[in-house]
Design a protein around this ligand. Structure first.
Ligand code: URP
Ligand code: ZN
Ligand code: ZN
Length: 457
């Protein structure tokens, strides 16, 4: 059915203006003042609402075998949670381990998502080893429309690659016109520090951050930038957490390295004292890079406002309390990750926009448009314009509520932001012209989501 959205204020990364939006089938076909209502159209009144391009989360984990267990969400649960939070597209990390075959892994991840996602999705293909068949497999995966790679410089012997493999991946990425995303921590230093701390009897969650200090992340970021500079490849640092790593990325940007930076809500809002709480309360907050000293927050917000931090994702990775307890005896065995896909937009609105730290167009850019541009989805996604997919978030900035495990849709038994007051909510969300969310409830087609084939540079 055609859709006419009337009386709202359209906000993109470049402009704010009042206009009506007309949608036919899956696409925006007209934008203008006082558009007439063609017979048979559904009309949505967006008076006092802002209309954003559908938000894009460039970094989520849904199917993830990791640390002796599996992340909790399915594509069905995560995609509904995403939509309720205003995210209409996510890019999932496809992460076969070093022991797995990459192409078989890619097919498995695609199969898990196929027909089970309510929102659109794409993948970053993790390169967790570079062996004889890797190049041919990656060419096949890129030809299938998955045009971004993921590299882990951490998680030695599981996802992590050696420098030679990093070089080979980047050289191929450069040739294919593919961007490479990277988790930047020095695996060797992390494993030495973990062993040292455990040998000293320091086994609790509070030792996770000291086992991967800021310097270890700065080294990873610097090394990744150096490899990008040497190969001429384009790169993207995921979930950057602290000023020393930010400085490394900033220096690389200033000397012309093709590097972009993502950070995630926990690194703007939470700090390492949470992981220092006793028992499972601390374990809930174990992620990598770890939550840092609070002094980093102002630098991250300033860098986001200035555009040095290009995008804000979530690194959504839910493990429940029972799974976190797997590391009760050793912090190195606590499954790493925090959920956040559902809360990202509300947290950014409340703590970025309402506090005046970031202006609204920059938020739209960081949470939608820039990700679309970097990952080959623009102008289909990330934009409100005739010809773009009708992925729209009609946002009520006056709504007030509280985050809680009791009301969340993410499949997990805790919320890392439990009890936090939030402002603003996606009141209507469309995916390619179909209303999927109304007033905080999923009302749409659970199989609406499509795999997004993307092009190369
Ligand atoms: O702690 C995290 N970030 N867990 C998910 C895996 C990763 O490193 O992205
Ligand atoms: Zn990571
Ligand atoms: Zn991740």
């Amino acid at each position: 059915m055609a859709l006419l959205i009337k009386n709202g204020e359209i906000v993109t990364a470049e402009a704010r203006y009042f206009a009506d939006i007309y949608v036919e089938d899956e696409t925006i076909t007209r934008i203008g003042k006082n558009l007439e209502v063609p017979a048979g159209s559904e009309v949505i009144d967006a008076t006092d609402k802002l209309i954003f391009p559908g938000f894009i989360d460039p970094h989520v984990h849904i199917y993830l075998p990791f640390m002796a267990t599996f992340a909790k969400d399915t594509h069905a649960t995560a995609s509904k949670a995403a939509l309720i939070g205003g995210t209409t597209t996510f890019i999932e990390m496809c992460c076969p381990s070093r022991n797995d075959d990459a192409l078989a892994g890619y097919k498995l991840w695609k199969q898990k998502a196929e027909g089970t996602s309510a929102c659109d999705y794409a993948f970053h293909m993790a390169v967790t080893k570079f062996v004889a068949e890797t190049e041919a497999q990656l060419r096949e995966i890129v030809a299938d429309g998955t045009t971004s790679f993921k590299i882990f410089l951490s998680y030695k012997n599981f996802f992590g690659v050696e420098d030679g493999e990093l070089y080979q991946t980047l050289a191929l990425a450069k040739e294919l016109g593919v961007i490479t995303t990277a988790h930047c921590e020095n695996a060797e230093l992390v494993s030495r520090l973990q062993a040292k701390l455990l040998a000293e009897g320091k086994t609790g969650a509070e030792w996770h951050e000291p086992s991967r200090p800021e310097t270890v992340e700065a080294e990873g970021t610097t090394r990744f930038a150096t490899f990008l500079e040497t190969t001429g490849a384009e790169g993207y640092v995921v979930h950057l957490s602290c000023k020393p790593a930010l400085d490394a990325a900033r220096r690389a940007k200033m000397r012309g390295v093709k590097i972009s930076v993502e950070s995630v809500l926990p690194h703007f809002l939470l700090d390492k004292t949470l992981a220092e709480q006793p028992g499972v309360d601390g374990m809930k907050y174990i992620m990598s890079p770890p939550l840092r000293n609070k002094r980093n927050h102002d630098d991250l917000w300033a860098a986001l406002s200035a555009g040095t931090i290009d995008t804000v994702g979530t690194d959504h990775c839910p493990f429940d309390l029972e799974q976190k307890e797997l590391g009760a005896q050793k912090f190195t065995e606590i499954p790493n990750g925090l959920p956040g896909l559902e809360e990202r937009v509300q947290l950014m609105w409340t703590h970025g926009v309402c506090t005046g730290r970031v202006d609204i167009p920059r938020v739209v850019d960081a949470m939608s448009t820039k990700a679309a541009r970097l990952f080959g989805l623009y102008p289909r996604k990330g934009l409100i314009a005739a010809g773009s997919d009708a992925d729209l978030v009609i946002f009520d900035p006056k709504w007030k509520g509280t985050l809680s495990v009791k009301t969340q849709h993410t499949n997990n038994n805790y919320n890392g932001f439990e009890g936090w007051p939030v402002e603003g909510r996606a009141s209507v969300v469309t995916v390619r012209g179909k209303v999927q969310v109304r007033d905080g409830e999923f009302v749409g087609d659970p199989q609406r989501g499509r795999f997004l084939k993307r092009g190369t540079r």
